[in-house]
Design a binder for this molecule. Structure first.
Ligand code: SF4
Length: 66
């Protein structure tokens, strides 16, 4: 799974960083994908947390691709 944040859509709610802190951080007012997040996505529970973060992102700024 590849995960990214479309910064043009993100308005900085920080919810992604709270829901999946192994994958997302909050920097300079935007949600960002942490370096190494692809490895973290393979850990138990993290993939589900990423999916939930994407689903609950209020601006639909999280992009998931297989
Ligand atoms: S949840 Fe969505 S809008 Fe909020 S910081 Fe993350 S990517 Fe941006």
């Amino acid at each position: 799974m590849k995960v990214s944040v479309d910064r043009s859509l993100c308005y900085g709610s920080a919810e992604c960083a709270h829901r999946a802190p192994a994958v997302f951080a909050f920097e300079d007012g935007y949600g960002v994908v942490r370096p190494g997040a692809a490895e973290a996505a393979g850990e138990p529970g993290v993939r589900e947390a990423i999916g939930e973060a994407a689903e609950k992102c209020p601006s639909q700024a999280i992009v998931l691709t297989e």
